[in-house]
Design a protein around this ligand. Structure first.
Ligand SMILES: Cc1cc2nc3c(=O)[nH]c(=O)nc-3n(C[C@H](O)[C@H](O)[C@H](O)COP(=O)(O)OP(=O)(O)OC[C@H]3O[C@@H](n4cnc5c(N)ncnc54)[C@H](O)[C@@H]3O)c2cc1C
Length: 520
């Protein structure tokens, strides 16, 4: 029996554990080490006073059929309407024979994706669409300027050596300044000039004015679309009680198959002797625990992994420098329960309490630090204790660990977030019933500083045959849940089939066509 240690009980680590055990329970002994007390990593669901909070709002959508099948097998698609759809007469492509969310918990809901940009105290479609409302919101002068700058961007292409030029080439300078420049700076704490174009290539690939025009025309003339770009997909799956529910279900299955999930175990050192990982040294309530194994799968941040290497090996200085210079963006979110929000629902989409129908809203107002606003009622009414009479919203912020915002007390930071919301006239402070703050370290692996040398780090790590780096921070790649899972599928395939190259694992989410784009 081969001993496998997996670091991290997020989507990648859990998927790897499950895949190893599902048909070879006798062949592998799997131990998952998780430093927190939670299951699901960034994709967990936080339970607070009867309401549930998603860290960031996790759509379950993938171009990868293996991932979609995996999710559906764990959590069958609803066969009967959820209570909000039923009450409002909203139709969904229900699965015949699927569970009834009013009676069963293990059910995947079909949700409508509505998300818009809030800017100049008005709503703009996300991504920007070419309709009269957009131009009315922008005003005549801005519209003309944007049109000319877009035309210029068609004929004068900039060298794509930064995220700024990536956006300008696709949208023109004026639209870039309005919708991308400040927002990107708020998100990453860096100007788009300083960020690699790789980020844009991965996240907004295929999205441009041309894609927007095609979408507008196909809507007007009802053309049958062959492909839908990532940001234009209009429906997604969502577990009844948020993403964490699915990962907790998977954790249970791993344990039923004989795997162990040890919470509170923080891996601090990785001992390497003769080019093989021998053991990991963890901290458990201040006590050092050593765990040996034959195979190690890591989803911990690459920076911590490499900086934690010990044993009779010396990490070259150049490699240490790259690893320790890898940048991360940390994240905070405040759940705020209110009696009502003041944004008017001027859309045709019906909602409980007639709140705006958005699952999330990109806040582009330059005077606030807030990045996005989640409306959990619209993700799943089951996340909210009283979805008909209260609105449960999530306010999202990026920051740096230990900066002034990170170090604020829960009370002060929640107050700061609530004040921002009130300053935009979205709520009245008197309507706030409750609030809860969550801090997430290293939520975003960033693509600047020593990231440009990451290939050297990968090459170095590939020297250790029995070490597999998977997931989002595990690969320092902007991987979504599906990509994180796909890296686990590839790693387990290699382990089971004795494949020694790691290229297939590192190549997930680097191919030309972005994973989330799916032929429809
Ligand atoms: C705001 C936001 C919104 C998102 N929205 C979506 C979305 O809509 N759809 C989507 O598919 N994806 C989305 N994602 C991405 C998704 O959250 C990640 O892709 C996914 O959680 C990555 O899984 P992972 O297992 O690689 O890492 P993680 O989720 O980070 O899990 C890693 C685990 O390892 C543990 N760990 C770390 N270091 C150690 C250590 N030294 N010892 C022991 N344990 C350790 C951590 O505690 C954690 O539990 C979003 C992310 C963010 C931040």
């Amino acid at each position: 029996m081969k001993k496998v240690v997996i670091i991290g009980a997020g989507p990648a680590g859990l998927t790897a554990g499950y895949e190893l055990l599902k048909d070879k329970t006798e062949e592998y002994q799997v131990v998952i080490l998780e430093e927190s007390q939670d299951i699901g990593g960034i994709s967990k669901t936080v339970k607070y006073n009867g309401n549930r909070m998603d860290i960031g709002g996790h759509r379950f959508f993938s171009k990868d059929q293996e991932v979609m099948d995996f999710w559906e097998e764990l959590m069958p698609i609803q066969g009967v309407n959820s209570f909000d759809d039923e009450k409002l007469g909203r139709e969904k492509p229900l699965k015949e024979g699927g569970p009834n969310p009013e009676k069963e918990d293990n059910v995947m809901l079909l949700r409508n994706r509505v998300s818009r940009i809030y800017y100049l105290k008005k709503f703009f479609d996300y991504p920007i669409s070419l309709k009269l409302q957009t131009f009315t919101n922008m005003g005549f002068v801005r519209t003309i300027k944007a049109g000319f700058s877009y035309l210029k961007s068609i004929f004068v292409k900039k060298k794509e050596d930064s995220l700024e030029n990536f956006y300008i080439n696709r949208f023109g300078k004026v639209l870039y300044s309005m919708f991308f420049e400040k927002y990107t700076e708020k998100l990453w704490g860096r100007h788009p000039k300083e960020i690699s174009a790789d980020w844009g290539a991965q996240r907004v690939k295929g999205l441009s004015i041309i894609a927007v025009i095609k979408d507008a025309f196909s809507k007007i003339f009802k053309f049958k679309k062959k492909k839908v770009e990532t940001s234009l997909i209009e429906q997604f799956w969502y577990p009844k009680y948020g993403p964490g529910q699915l990962w907790e279900t998977l954790a249970e299955k791993i344990e039923n198959n004989g795997g162990k999930i040890l919470k509170g175990y923080s891996v601090k050192q990785i001992r390497i002797d003769n080019n093989k990982v021998k053991s990991v040294i963890c901290e458990l309530k201040g006590i050092e625990v050593i765990l040996e194994a034959d195979i190690f799968i890591s989803t911990m941040p690459l920076k911590d992994l490499v900086c934690g290497i010990t044993g009779n090996t010396t990490v070259p200085d150049s490699i240490k420098e790259i690893a320790s210079g890898l940048p991360y963006i940390d994240f905070q979110t405040v759940g705020v329960l209110v009696k009502k929000i003041k944004l008017e629902n001027q859309t045709k989409v019906k909602t409980l309490g007639n709140i705006v129908p958005d699952c999330w809203i990109y806040v582009q107002e330059p005077e606030v630090k807030m990045l996005r606003l989640q409306i959990f009622n619209n993700w799943s009414p089951y996340l909210v204790k009283d979805a008909e009479n209260t609105v449960w919203i999530g306010l999202e912020y990026t920051c740096q660990e230990n900066d002034e915002y990170w170090n604020m007390s829960d009370k002060d930071f929640s107050e700061f977030a609530i004040n921002e919301l009130a300053s935009m006239n979205i709520i009245d402070k008197e309507d706030v019933l409750d609030s809860h703050r969550e801090k997430i370290k290293k939520a975003y692996p960033a693509y600047f500083d020593t990231y440009e040398h990451i290939d050297k780090l990968i090459e170095y790590l590939n020297n250790f045959d029995n070490l597999y780096c998977i997931g989002r921070n595990g690969q320092h790649r902007y991987n979504n849940m599906d990509h994180s899972m796909a890296t686990a599928f590839e790693a387990v395939k290699n382990i089971k089939e004795g494949i020694t190259t790691k290229d297939n694992i590192w190549n997930v989410n680097t191919e030309q066509e972005y994973h989330e784009q799916k032929s429809k």
